[in-house]
Design a protein around this ligand. Structure first.
Ligand code: ZN
Length: 64
């Protein structure tokens, strides 16, 4: 099975042996990861999950 590498669009073999799939190489994988991080998709390390806040603020009544 062949897939197009998301970074360079080159066709690459998708197999269980391909450690960087769907990327053709580690380089392409890192490039994509870097782009992803630089677009601020990542959650900043110091920001706590919102669930904790909501649980603290909402009154503790449950229907069960
Ligand atoms: Zn590639």
């Amino acid at each position: 099975m062949k897939v197009a590498c998301p970074t360079c669009k080159r066709e690459t073999e998708w197999s269980a042996d391909a450690p960087y799939r769907p990327f053709c190489s580690e380089r392409c994988r890192l490039i994509d990861l870097g782009a992803w991080l630089s677009e601020e998709h990542a959650i900043p390390g110091e920001e706590l999950p919102r669930e904790i806040d909501e649980e603290a603020n909402s009154p503790p009544h449950r229907t069960r």
